[in-house]
Each structure stands twice: as structure tokens, then as C-alpha cells.
Design a protein around this ligand. Structure first.
Ligand SMILES: [Zn+2]
Length: 398
């Protein structure tokens, strides 16, 4: 494995560097070997030859990865799509795709001799990292949004994370920037592993994300035509793109799919920049109510825009109500229960189908990033007005 800078293309053999020493750009790991599915291993470790090197005894495994790729039963027909699949990441052990990152990052941290880890989260990364840090017996210092959902906070707490909320984090881009800086400084000062789930901060941990692409490819026995993924910080989008791109290297497979990043209109810094032709995410506070998509200063936004500019895909913004509607449709039409951020990919597809009626959607995958139990407030909003009578046994009129 070696690293290449996404900005100046400098090659770095030193594998413990997290940022380019020449320009400060993101260093992306590169590999000699093509992705191989080693079925003697479990979860993401099936693809160990294309992951940062971790000795077998350090590989943490809690059941992450190998999540189901569920064919659509009705939604695909309604949208006029030949083949539609849902990659259900709610099936991971703590209920989101962040488990892939936590498994990779904490396993790597053990090999580096780290004595603790530190990070930020809107909720899911905190829950995932807390579980794997507990498994690795490493203390975890976590800083979360003030309005983190109760379920995500509770998950981090049960695994003994040292959690603190930060006022204004998630709404105010200046506060977000300062939080990232402080964590960066603190991690460097103490020699802790920095578990901010972004290529900008920990490209090795983020390598776990691309196993989503490998699994989709292996299950479909080929490339999909389009993949829709939500974009908060942009890491999910970039990670999946990297996986498909590695499969496609040297023309070994069909072309990588068109990757569509879906953001909430209330926090669409990447998508607005894409449409404006900007290389950097645009600024602006978040007004979105979708937990996980409230990232006004997306750390991997620039990388996502670079991918789009190089023909890797595009971006679309959808309203919060359309995301909630997609969540309801997945539950009612497909039997899939996900959190609102997980349904954003489907909301983006619905909007794309409505606006691009001539576009050909042959084989589409929507990545459903997290489980429905993650957001109790939304669950109450969906169900609290449904009357559930409580009957005496004599009243059962079946
Ligand atoms: Zn560089």
C-alpha cells in the first residue's frame, strides 16, 4: 500500500501519514492488488488485500459488512426502473454503515499502539466507534451535536464513550470548523487515533466504506448503472466511488456507475457547489432537520466535487419532507425500516426520475445508510396519530 495526494498527486510511501506533507491535501491509499473476495475471512476483512494492512489478530469483527442487497418489490416498477436494489446498511451491528469505518479504524489503531481515540459525530459514527473502541478496550472521547438523537447518544453511552455535546455544532459552520481543529490538535498532542469519519481526517479508517461497493459488485456480478448515496460530510459518497473505481482500474470491469450524492436542501453545500461549478463546498448554515445530514462544512466535500468534476457522478438536493416521504414509502412498500438520512438516497432517485424522464436507469442501487430505530423522534411523528385501540378480550371482533 502507498498513498497518493488527491490535490498534487505526490506519492507517499510512509503509511502513517494522514495528510499530504507537501500541500496538506487528502492522501488516498493505493494498492498493488485488485480487490479479491477472500471467503475465509468475515465481513469487511474478506477484502483485506485492498485494505490498509492489519494483522489477523488485530482485526475487530462484530458482524459488520455483508449487508443485504434487497431487490425492490414495488417502488422500482412505480418509478419505471428495470432493476432497483437497496443496500441496507441498517443491518450492521450498531445500525449504520459507520461500523465498517469503526472496524477498519480501530483495528488499525491497535496496530499503531494508540491508547485512546477521539472524534466528533452527529450520532452514528459515535455509536459505531464506541462499540468497536469497547471491543478494542480503548477509551473514546466523543463530541456530538447538541441535538443528537437520543438513541444514537444512548448507544455511545452504553459502550462507555466519554461524551460531550457542543453548542451550535452542526448548525454553525464556524463552530464546526473550530471543533474539527481542536480535535485535530488534541489527537496530535496526546497521540490518540482521530476517529472523525472523513477522508480528510482519517483516510485509513474510511477505507472500510468502499467494501460497500465491492459487496454490491460481487452480488450483482457486475456494475450497477447508478448508485445513490446520501452526503452529509461526503465520506460515504467518496468511499463508495473509490471502491467502484478500484474495481474498474485498468479496464478490468465495466465502467464504474454514475454516483449521485443526495443532500437535504437545508444543508446542500456540496450539491449547490456542483451546480455552481465550484471546486469547494459553498458556505451556509444548516436548516435541515435530518440527523446525519446536518454538516454545514463537509470535510470531504472538496473530494466529492473533484469526483463529480472528473465525470464520476452528480449531486441532487431534496427537501426534508420528501426524505420523510421516502422513509414512509420504504417502510410501507418495501418493508424496509430506515432512519430519514437512510431514505435520502431514495428521495434523490424519486426526484431524479420525476425531472429526467428521458434518462435511462438500468440497474440502480440506493444505499440505505442507517436503521429506523436510530431516530425515535421521527418514529413518534410517523406513528403517534395512529389510533391503537386497547380491547377487553370479549371485544375481539376478528
Ligand atoms: Zn499534496
Amino acid at each position: 500500500m502507498w498513498n497518493m495526494c488527491t490535490e498534487c498527486e505526490t506519492v507517499q510511501q510512509e503509511i502513517s501519514l494522514y495528510a499530504c506533507p507537501v500541500c496538506g491535501g487528502i492522501l488516498l491509499p493505493q494498492y498493488e492488488s485488485v480487490p479479491i473476495n477472500d471467503k475465509s475471512q468475515k465481513g469487511i476483512w474478506r477484502y483485506h488485500a485492498s485494505l490498509p494492512p492489519v494483522p489477523v489478530e488485530n482485526r475487530l469483527y462484530l458482524g459488520e459488512g455483508m449487508t443485504p442487497l434487497i431487490p425492490s418489490s414495488r417502488l422500482g416498477d412505480k418509478l419505471g426502473i428495470g432493476e432497483l436494489y437497496f443496500k441496507y446498511e441498517g443491518g450492521n451491528p450498531t445500525g449504520s454503515y459507520k461500523d465498517r469505518i469503526a472496524a477498519m479504524g480501530l483495528s488499525w489503531a491497535i496496530g499503531q499502539g494508540r491508547e485512546a481515540c477521539i472524534g466528533t459525530s452527529s450520532g452514528n459514527a459515535g455509536a459505531a466507534t464506541a462499540a468497536y473502541a469497547a471491543r478494542a478496550d480503548l477509551p473514546y472521547h466523543l463530541f456530538v451535536l447538541e441535538d443528537v438523537t437520543e438513541a444514537k447518544l444512548a448507544q455511545a453511552l452504553v459502550h462507555k464513550a466519554n461524551v460531550r455535546k457542543v453548542k451550535g455544532f452542526g448548525n454553525d459552520p464556524a463552530i464546526g470548523k473550530r471543533v474539527f481543529e481542536r480535535i485535530f490538535e488534541g489527537a496530535a498532542e496526546h497521540g490518540w487515533e482521530m476517529m472523525i469519519t472523513a477522508f480528510r481526517f482519517n483516510p485509513y479508517a474510511m477505507e472500510g466504506v468502499k467494501t460497500i461497493a465491492y459487496e454490491i459488485y460481487d452480488e450483482l456480478q457486475g456494475m450497477p448503472s447508478h448508485v445513490y448515496a446520501s452526503a452529509g460530510g461526503g465520506g460515504l459518497y467518496c468511499g463508495i466511488w473509490k471502491g467502484f473505481n478500484e474495481l474498474n482500474k485498468n479496464g478490468r470491469t465495466a465502467a464504474a456507475p454514475c454516483m449521485v450524492a443526495v443532500q437535504s436542501e437545508g444543508c446542500s453545500n456540496i450539491v449547490r457547489a456542483y451546480h455552481a461549478g465550484s471546486r469547494d463546498p459553498l458556505s451556509g448554515a444548516s436548516t435541515s432537520q435530518i440527523s446525519g445530514l446536518q454538516v454545514p462544512n463537509p470535510p470531504d466535500g472538496r473530494l466529492a466535487l473533484q469526483i463529480m468534476a472528473n465525470g464520476g457522478g452528480s449531486g441532487i438536493a431534496v427537501s426534508d419532507p420528501l426524505i420523510w416521504e421516502a422513509q414512509r414509502l420504504l417502510a410501507e412498500e418495501e418493508g424496509i425500516f430506515c432512519e430519514p438520512a437512510g431514505a435520502a438516497s431514495v428521495a434523490g432517485l424519486i426526484r431524479d426520475c420525476a425531472e429526467n424522464t428521458g434518462r435511462s436507469f438500468d440497474k440502480v442501487v440506493c444505499v440505505i445508510s442507517g436503521n429506523g430505530f436510530k431516530d425515535g423522534k421521527r418514529l413518534s411523528a410517523m406513528t403517534s396519530e395512529i389510533a391503537v385501540p386497547c380491547l377487553d378480550v370479549e371485544q375481539l371482533d376478528i
